[in-house]
Design a protein around this ligand. Structure first.
Ligand SMILES: [Zn+2]
Ligand SMILES: [Zn+2]
Length: 127
């Protein structure tokens, strides 16, 4: 029997993801949501996220050689890219696109989509 969807734990996880303004890892979600619901376990967070993925409420952000991050499906539906700070390990939204990427294709190829991942140091860490 799976727990009811609308538990305070589920609400804490959803609020954390929606108010973060950037994609979060399971560890970050656990850390932040625990401030609202002290008894929240990491495995519970993992289970809630799994269900939100199944329901299409959140989307994974794939970071090479890193654990997945998660963002609201609404955010994911808008074309944007991501930046990972190598110092603090946070991932940020980049609301811009280089564009013109189809110019890179060999003749005869057609482009269906692209991913751009940026990394370096965020403003806070670069100080
Ligand atoms: Zn940083
Ligand atoms: Zn783009």
């Amino acid at each position: 029997m799976t727990p009811r969807r609308d538990t305070s734990q589920q609400r804490a996880v959803r609020q954390t993801i929606e108010s973060a303004g950037r994609p979060l890892s399971l560890r970050e979600i656990h850390e932040l949501a625990s401030k609202q619901t002290a008894t929240l376990g990491y495995r519970t967070v993992s289970r809630i996220i799994g269900r939100m993925l199944d329901d299409g409420e959140v989307a994974p952000v794939l970071v090479p050689n890193q654990p997945d991050r998660y963002e609201p499906a609404e955010v994911a539906s808008t074309h944007h890219h991501h930046f990972r700070c190598e110092t603090c390990d946070r991932v940020f939204d980049i609301n811009a696109c280089p564009g013109g990427i189809s110019n890179m294709l060999p003749p005869g190829f057609t482009l269906a989509g692209h991913e751009v991942m940026l990394w370096g140091q965020c403003a806070e860490c670069a100080k």
